[in-house]
Structure formats: structure tokens, C-alpha cells
Design a protein around this ligand. Structure first.
Ligand SMILES: Cc1cc2nc3c(=O)[nH]c(=O)nc-3n(C[C@H](O)[C@H](O)[C@H](O)COP(=O)(O)OP(=O)(O)OC[C@H]3O[C@@H](n4cnc5c(N)ncnc54)[C@H](O)[C@@H]3O)c2cc1C
Length: 439
């Protein structure tokens, strides 16, 4: 029997509170569990026999979108979510505004353009807009970034939960999946219960920020996992010391193995050990991809991108003061000190207009490796892509298994590209499942 929720934002855990002792066999080795796990599970307290057509593992962006799309086609779907509430991460996205797509979505904004191409073409900006309209959400665009009209991530969570309820999706919260076994059908074990279905959509996301890494659940089936690194995050860098907390509009370039892989303008936020702010986040995915390929990266900040070096030299030449004071007319005092130091001019040193202009236009940066995954918004790495069909998100190794979103080794640039991938991959999997089972 399908359970419907009472209110879009009400907790769903009550439905699952009854019955079944929680059982996790910590000694269990997934490689050798095989067919004995079911008997063990049943004997040791799993509630047997909740049957669905499709099980979605992970109630995040891609999992919930996929569940809604499947249930709207009349399929009996359950979402198993480890946390006490679905869509928790979505609430924190875009600084609470949820930048859910971008007008400039294209394969080259992702690490794996060939893999994402089909899904992005099938679920383009217009489809995103139509999908969200269909669940009752108006969108708005700001400089290419797409947001809910309310500029509030809570609106996106609200409408997705409402749509899930209306379509009859069963939600199981605080239901961390511990085992997946495939016999004639899939048997999925979570929080003391066994769920059975023909298809599994693996939408368990990544370990970025407070996320958990559940990819080992699929290693048992032979799916390889590429190492995970921070992708969208601050960039570790200790070469603008003394300006922690200062923001500046500037241009940033990233040069990896002699090639400029990123250049852009925007806001930088300086920290003693990192470059942060929207511009650093935009650069960070390119930086992560280059590090992953073993490249060496350096950077350069232009603190006055709309002025030529000659302009600045003229300006500095007209002043009668020391270097640091001269720089105070262009940047925050803390940055003036850092730039003067970089130019080799100690406090009170005579002003060298040419040298100062060159340093303002090209402040050289060296970076200090990768950011910790736990501090990243998005990670690169994940389920190895050659084992999945990009036109269906279906596993090439396990019939009936699909993967979506950040669980796959797909990461996009900062600016709504990652959530767009979550929706597009969910749509591609749902379409394939509905088509595959259309008899
Ligand atoms: C602070 C922050 C801000 C961000 N802002 C943006 C933004 O503005 N725009 C943008 O495009 N992207 C943004 N992102 C990235 C974006 O949120 C992710 O790329 C996207 O949520 C990935 O969707 P997903 O469905 O693959 O995974 P998730 O949304 O992470 O969902 C995965 C779900 O699976 C659950 N799960 C994991 N393991 C299990 C298990 N064993 N059993 C049951 N459930 C499990 C998790 O609890 C989680 O709820 C941001 C990320 C963060 C952290």
C-alpha cells in the first residue's frame, strides 16, 4: 500500500517508526555477502517485503526529481533518504537562494562533455523551466543564473515535496541504505526494512560538505569509483596574507601547465589561507580538474581590470607619497600592504610607479594543493562513467540499475550547472525506466 504524506513539509519518519529492529551487520563484507544476506537479514530483524516498481536511493535534488517524474507516469516509487529530512542540502544551495540552472548550460561546462551531452540536450533550459512550472514554481534569471522567483531555496524544496506527495511517491526518511542485493529483483536494506523493486536509481550524491559517501554500495556490483576531490570550493592559497575578510572586485586567471584554463572577473574574498568569493568558486572547478590531471597551476590577480598598466603608472607617478599610501587609492588598505610587499616595497619606500602598476595588474599567486572535500560544495570523481550508458544513465554491468546526479563522476562549473545536471540526469533515467517498462 502506498503511503501519502500529510503536508509537503511534514516529516515522513512516523510511517517508518513502526516495526523492524534496526540491524546493521558491521562485520559484513559486501564482497562475500552474496545470497546469504537476505536470509541473514530476515532472520536478524529486517522487515520483509515492501514491494515497489522503482527504488530511489537518496532524497536529494536528482533523486526527488526522478521520483516525481517516475510516479507521474503511474509508477510505484519509494525514495530512501539517510537523513531525517529529504532535500536538506538543497536548502543551503546558492546561499539559500538555490541557483538551480544556468542559461549558458552546455557540455563544455562539465568535466565529461561527451557523457553529459545527450542528457543536457534532452533536458535543456526550456525543459527545466517547464518541469518547474509543472510543479508550481516560477523561475527568474539574474546574469544567466536561474533561481526560483522567490529567490528562496525553501520554495524549491516545498514544490518538489508537494509534487512528490501529489504523484504518490513514498518517502522513507532516516532510512540509510546499508545493502543492495540483486536476485530476480533488487533487495535494498535500510533502517531495519527490506525494500524490493525491479529498478534502483542510485542518487546518493557525494561527500561534499556534510554529504556521505555511499559509493561502496555499488563497488560490490563491479562499479569502479574514481577518487573524489573538492571541485567547487575555496582555493587554498597563502600568498595574500593580512587581508583576511577583505573583498575586492578583480580579475583572476589560472594558468595550468602553461595554459590559461580560467579567466574571469568578479568578487574575491581573501582569507589568510585561501582565495574565496564567487570568482574563486568559479575558477575552482577548473583548478580541481587540472590538479586531478597532475598539472601544476599558478594564478594571477588583476586588481584594476578596467584600467591599463599605463593608466595606473600615470596615476602613481602623479602622487607624492610612499607605495602603500599610493595603493590605498585603489584597493583596501590591507591589500595595499600585501601588494606593496609583493612589489618589494617596504612601508615608507620610495614610489616606483612602473613596478607598482605591474604588480597591481599581475599579482602572482601560488596555490597550496586541493581543498578538503568536506569544505567543498561539489566534488569531482564518483562512479566511473564508462560503466554507464549516457543516453539512459543505466548501468552497463547490472540490469535495472541507474545512477544520477553527483554520484556519477560528473561535475560542472559554479553557477547552477551542477543542479542542472541533477535534473537532466534524473529526467534521462526516468525516461529510460518508463520506456523500458512500457509494455
Ligand atoms: C552549500 C552548497 C551550495 C550549493 N549551491 C549550489 C548552487 O547554487 N547551484 C548548483 O547548481 N549546485 C549547488 N551545489 C551543488 C548541488 O547541491 C549538488 O550538485 C546537487 O545537490 C547534487 O544532487 P544529487 O541529487 O546528486 O545529490 P544530493 O543533493 O547530495 O542528494 C543525495 C542524497 O542522498 C542521500 N544519501 C547518501 N547516501 C545514502 C544512503 N546510503 N542511503 C540513503 N540516502 C543516502 C544524502 O543524504 C542526500 O540527501 C551546492 C552544494 C552545497 C553543499
Amino acid at each position: 500500500m502506498r503511503t501519502r504524506v500529510k503536508s509537503p513539509l511534514a516529516p515522513f519518519s512516523a510511517f517508518f517508526a513502526e516495526g523492524g529492529a534496526f540491524f546493521v551487520d558491521k562485520r559484513a563484507d559486501l564482497r562475500i555477502i552474496g545470497s546469504v544476506a537476505l536470509e541473514n537479514g530476515a532472520r536478524m530483524g529486517y522487515n520483509v517485503g515492501m514491494e515497489f516498481q522503482d527504488i530511489v536511493i537518496g532524497g536529494g535534488a536528482s533523486g526527488m526529481a526522478c521520483a516525481v517524474m517516475l510516479a507521474r507516469k503511474g509508477r510505484k516509487v519509494v525514495v530512501l533518504e539517510a537523513q531525517d529530512r529529504t532535500l536538506k542540502k538543497l536548502l543551503a544551495t546558492g546561499n539559500g537562494r538555490c541557483n538551480l540552472s544556468n542559461a549558458a548550460v552546455s557540455p563544455d561546462r562539465y568535466n565529461a562533455p561527451d557523457f553529459v551531452r545527450y542528457a543536457l540536450e534532452s533536458f535543456d533550459g526550456e525543459k527545466v523551466s517547464r518541469f518547474f512550472l509543472s510543479v508550481g514554481l516560477l523561475l527568474r534569471e539574474e546574469e544567466g543564473r536561474i533561481y526560483p522567483y522567490s529567490l528562496n531555496a525553501g520554495s524549491v524544496v516545498n514544490v518538489l515535496l508537494h509534487a512528490a506527495k501529489a504523484a504518490g511517491v513514498t518517502l522513507a526518511e532516516s532510512a540509510k541504505v546499508e545493502k543492495i542485493i540483486r536476485r530476480e529483483k533488487f533487495e535494498v536494506y535500510a533502517a531495519g526494512k527490506k525494500y524490493v523493486a525491479q529498478n534502483v536509481v542510485f542518487a546518493a550524491g557525494s561527500n561534499a560538505t556534510s554529504g556521505r559517501d555511499s559509493l561502496s554500495l555499488l563497488k560490490f556490483f563491479g562499479h569502479d569509483v574514481t577518487p573524489r576531490y573538492a571541485s567547487i570550493s575555496y582555493i587554498p592559497c597563502s600568498c595574500v596574507r593580512g587581508a583576511s575578510g577583505v573583498r575586492a572586485r578583480a580579475a583572476l586567471s589560472l594558468i595550468c601547465d602553461g595554459r590559461t584554463v580560467f579567466s574571469g572577473e568578479g568578487e574575491l574574498l581573501f582569507k589568510d589561507n585561501a582565495l574565496s568569493g564567487i570568482l574563486a568558486f568559479e575558477a575552482s572547478s577548473r583548478y580541481a580538474r587540472a590538479l586531478r590531471q597532475g598539472k601544476t597551476c599558478t594564478g594571477e590577480i588583476d586588481f584594476a581590470p578596467d584600467r591599463t598598466r599605463e593608466d595606473l603608472e600615470g596615476f602613481f607617478s602623479s602622487l607624492d607619497c610612499d607605495c602603500e599610501q599610493a595603493l590605498c587609492g585603489i584597493v583596501h588598505r590591507a591589500l595595499a600592504a600585501a601588494i606593496a610587499k609583493k612589489a618589494g616595497a617596504k612601508g615608507g619606500a620610495r614610489l616606483n610607479a612602473g613596478l607598482l602598476a605591474r604588480t597591481v595588474k599581475g599579482y602572482a599567486l601560488t596555490f597550496d594543493g586541493a581543498c578538503d572535500v568536506k569544505n567543498a560544495q561539489v566534488v569531482c570523481g564518483g562512479l566511473e562513467l564508462s560503466s554507464f550508458d549516457p543516453q539512459t544513465m543505466r548501468s552497463r554491468l547490472v540490469p535495472g540499475l541507474y545512477a544520477t546526479g553527483e554520484a556519477l563522476d560528473v561535475d560542472g562549473d559554479c553557477g547552477g550547472f551542477n543542479l542542472h545536471w541533477a535534473w537532466a540526469s534524473a529526467y534521462t533515467a526516468a525516461k529510460a525506466i518508463v520506456g523500458d517498462n512500457d509494455d
